[in-house]
Design a protein around this ligand. Structure first.
Ligand SMILES: *Cc1c(COP(=O)(O)O)cnc(C)c1O
Length: 400
């Protein structure tokens, strides 16, 4: 029998890179009766969240909010801007980029995936070269993942924009920042992104269930002649309803209460401070990993994710690596902490620490202590002192 109410004392540490821990303030904000989604009270809420979310995406353009997971918002971005059989260019940063390509295949788009090693971000020079070779402008969109949650690598979106511009190519730029929004610096307008895709359950600190499309004027124009079938996902009706603060169907009212609170929290702290906090925790986590004598999966220090750190398990001396999932099981069963599993190609030999959202120095140190204790308990070879290295870094940079 599933025992949902068994209660080990103390809080569960949910250190997967999404869903992230939902802060009490957001839980309280959602704990209200659901209201009439066509009434005046809802209208005020709708107008507020639609305005606030733009500041989080750093855009003056519309942001559509779906009752959906991030995957739904991926699909929405494509069906609204592209037509059957369109060629698109994607980049294999990791598992999520690969899943997005599979989704494009199912929509019968002709997706070309530039291969990657899952340890680096997008190489903008390769995008530029491929677009320059496309003199007929057959490629309709470039689709990249900003924060690749499977590898802990963050790509430089401004460089991708510059690559498209240098190639003089008219392709749209579609960017997934499902795990980056609200924790890693992101600028929809400044970076000239046409559709930015995100979700609620990562940096925004909400439960799963909201998907987002931030839309440029160029993407909106493309949507008027895109022919992929769209009904539920179609921007046109939603944007028309949103004008008045409403949705054409029943929105996820209680998640919108939460979204309103989440935006307030991020803006009260200030986005720059939020991003600096995440950068600092990322650095402390990497110092712990190196202190243990283990390896960070990301190989380019300019591309370290502030959201999560993926760690390579050490050699087992038998030609393989220690089992990351057996290690995670030890940590869960003994210390009540969930760590992210290795996904896709890195499954079984990589684990991930989420250090995003509602997170502070002690949450990080608690997570790292649980990992160090787990390494001992699971018999995974490592050096002592990882937690100590993180403590020293955090103490030395406290108050910054
Ligand atoms: C979580 C995630 C997704 C998938 O989002 P769902 O809400 O699980 O559908 C896609 N891309 C990235 C980068 C993610 O982190």
């Amino acid at each position: 029998m599933l025992k949902l109410n068994s209660h080990p004392s103390g809080r569960h540490f949910l250190q997967i890179p999404g869903p992230s821990t939902v802060p009490d303030r957001i839980l309280r904000a959602m704990d209200y009766p659901t209201i009439d989604h066509r009434g005046p009270e809802f209208q005020a809420l709708g107008k507020k969240v639609l305005a606030s979310i733009r500041t989080i995406f750093k855009t003056n353009n519309p942001v559509v909010i779906y009752p959906s997971s991030g995957t739904g918002a991926w699909e929405a971005a494509m069906v609204n801007t592209l037509s059957a059989g369109d060629n698109i260019l994607m980049y294999e940063t990791g598992h999520f980029a690969s899943l997005w390509k599979k989704l494009a295949d199912k929509l019968a788009l002709k997706a070309e995936l530039i291969p990657g090693d899952w340890r680096h971000g997008v190489d903008a020079a390769q995008i530029e070269a491929r677009l320059k070779a496309d003199t007929q402008h057959i490629i309709k969109a470039v689709c990249v993942v900003h924060n690749e949650t499977s590898t802990g690598v963050t790509s430089n979106i401004a460089a991708v924009r510059a690559a498209i511009d240098h190639a003089g190519h008219p392709a749209l730029l579609l960017v997934d920042t499902i795990s980056g929004l609200g924790s890693a610096d992101y600028r929809h307008d400044e970076w000239g992104v046409d559709v930015t895709i995100s979700g609620s359950q990562k940096g925004l600190m909400l439960p799963p269930g909201l998907g987002f499309n931030a839309i440029s004027a160029k993407a909106l124009e493309a949507s008027t002649h895109s022919t992929l079938p769209k009904a539920y996902w179609g921007w046109e009706e939603i944007l028309a309803s949103n004008e008045k603060g409403f949705w054409p169907y029943t929105p996820a009212t209680n998640l919108l209460y939460g979204l309103s609170e989440a935006c307030d929290m991020l803006l009260e702290e200030g986005l720059d401070k939020v991003f600096a906090r995440h950068e600092r925790h990322g650095e402390a986590a990497r110092r712990a990993v190196r202190g243990w004598g283990l390896e960070v999966l990301c190989l380019n220090q300019d591309e370290y994710s502030p959201v999560l750190t993926a760690i390579v398990m050490p050699d087992d001396g038998k030609g393989g690596r220690h089992d990351a999932d057996a290690f995670r099981k030890v940590v869960l069963e003994n210390f009540n902490m969930s760590l992210g599993q290795g996904l896709g190609k890195v499954s079984g030999w990589v684990f991930r620490i989420g250090h995003l959202g509602d997170f502070n120095d002690l949450t990080l140190l608690g997570s790292l202590a649980g990992i160090e204790a787990g390494l001992i308990k699971a018999g995974v070879p490592h050096r002592a002192g990882g937690v100590q290295a993180a403590i020293e870094y955090l103490a030395g940079t406290a108050g910054r």
